[in-house]
Design a protein around this ligand. Structure first.
Ligand code: GLY
Ligand code: MN
Ligand code: MN
Length: 429
């Protein structure tokens, strides 16, 4: 599929040249590196998994349209760090028309830029690489007296690639659904293994064990937040003990072949919701279900968001948590004390995936088939003087991954229960 993506991009760049580097390998500490994760745009175009690589799309170049710079084979290094595709592998297995050692980048690139109108690049993403592009451009300019033309424009390539990435192709949908199924299984397993007295990090281990067992990594650091910790939206300490009577919010998603899934479930540590927990949970669940029911091609992102806001505002007023009328709560934004984030985000290679949320005139974008998104409303009742004590520390989010179709949302994460009686039944089993 990456071949079709490159073909589409080649068409868009016309008489320009596109230069897309992969991500640098990040150092964790001392001489220890993080596990390698390629740049999403680079991987989308190449499926090439190694660090130290640059894809060049140069329509009509003598060497070919698609040139891949990568690490050359090196038996001595491969003993330590593993197999490299090398120059031959880049051509044979990854479809490059030509390949060069990454160490040749500085000598080859100025020549490839010659007589092209524009340079498309990932401006602003990797500062060192941006500086090299400017150097190559200057080298090309210095050749002008020999009859060469240098590109006159540098254009940020992201919008071109990101619009492609926003609309998922069948293989991408398949991979996200697979990751989502594994995540759902992990969340079921977490519900079944949870007991008062365990710790948040033990629950994290239960979840991530399921990811790892199926060949997945985490798409983002798992949030395992019990009690009041759930009111910290990106709580990742995961260090507390689980108390009988508290809720546990787990926001964790598996990543498979660089595609993310993203699920949140909130359930009682002891397997039974209290009356107050139940009352708030029902509001969040209704908001989530109504948002999901609103998703379909032609609806706007803001339509999906507004239905959740309306439902949460009504629910908070009914519960006596918001002490004003609906109109005032909406006008003043008073509800944002308890629901302060967006309804969801695009989902894909990045958990908060790329793609514009607004159309060119600034309005909320219409949903279209094959967009993938999350639907994740929540209510967070952090202790405060304004709030009756009975609500203190209740934090609830429910998050599913949905594919937009002509007729509605196709939910990929429904294998893990979210209705109260289904959760209690699973936890009692
Ligand atoms: N896990 C991050 C999010 O739900 O957006
Ligand atoms: Mn999310
Ligand atoms: Mn999430």
């Amino acid at each position: 599929m990456s071949k079709e993506r490159r073909a589409k991009l080649l068409e868009s760049i016309g008489d320009g040249i596109a230069i897309v580097p992969t991500a640098p390998h990040q150092r964790r500490n001392s001489d220890v590196l993080y596990p390698y994760r390629p740049d999403s745009d680079f991987y989308f175009l190449t499926h090439f998994p190694e660090p130290e690589a640059v894809a060049v799309l140069a329509p009509g170049a003598d060497a070919g349209d698609y040139i891949l710079f990568c690490r050359a084979r090196d038996p001595a290094k491969e003993i330590w760090d593993g197999h490299r595709a090398g120059i031959e592998g880049a051509i044979e297995h990854y479809g490059a028309d030509a390949a060069y050692p990454i160490s040749d980048l500085d000598s080859v690139l100025p020549g490839l830029m010659a007589n092209r109108e524009r340079v498309y690049c990932t401006l602003g993403r990797y500062a060192d690489f941006d500086a090299r592009i400017v150097r190559w451009l200057n080298q090309t300019r210095r050749q002008i007296r020999t009859g060469i033309n240098a590109p006159g424009e540098i254009i940020e390539i992201s919008e071109l690639i990101h619009e492609m990435r926003l609309f998922k192709q069948p293989d991408e949908i398949e991979t996200i659904m697979h990751a989502a199924r594994i995540s759902a299984q992990a969340h079921r397993h977490a519900m079944q293994s949870c007991r008062p007295g365990m710790t948040e990090y033990q629950m994290q281990a239960e979840i991530e064990y399921c990811f790892a067992k199926h060949g997945c990594t985490t798409a983002y650091p798992s949030i395992v937040a019990s009690g009041v910790n759930a009111c910290i939206l990106h709580y990742v300490d995961n260090s507390d003990e689980l108390s009988d009577g508290d809720l546990l919010l787990i926001d964790a998603g598996a990543e498979l072949d660089c595609y993310a899934s993203d699920i949140t479930r909130t359930f009682p540590v002891n397997g039974r919701f209290s009356a107050c927990q139940r009352a708030v949970y029902e509001v969040v669940l209704e908001a989530q279900q109504r948002s999901i029911d609103t998703v379909r091609a032609g609806k706007r992102y803001d339509d999906v968001a507004q239905i959740a806001i309306d439902t949460i505002v009504d629910g908070l007023i009914d519960l006596g948590i918001l002490k004003c009328g609906r109109h005032e709560a909406l006008e003043s934004g008073a509800y944002k004390t308890y629901y302060m984030h967006k309804i969801g985000h695009w989902l894909g290679m990045d958990v908060h995936d790329v793609g514009a949320y607004r159309n060119k005139s600034g309005g909320s974008r219409k949903l279209e088939p094959n967009m993938y998104m999350t639907i994740e409303p929540g209510i967070y009742l952090a202790p405060s003087d304004e709030l009756d004590e009975k609500w203190h520390g209740i934090g609830i989010r429910i998050e599913d991954d949905v594919l937009v179709t002509e007729n509605g949302a196709r939910v990929s994460t429904s294998d893990v229960p979210k209705k109260i009686d289904e959760i209690e039944h699973l936890m009692a089993g």
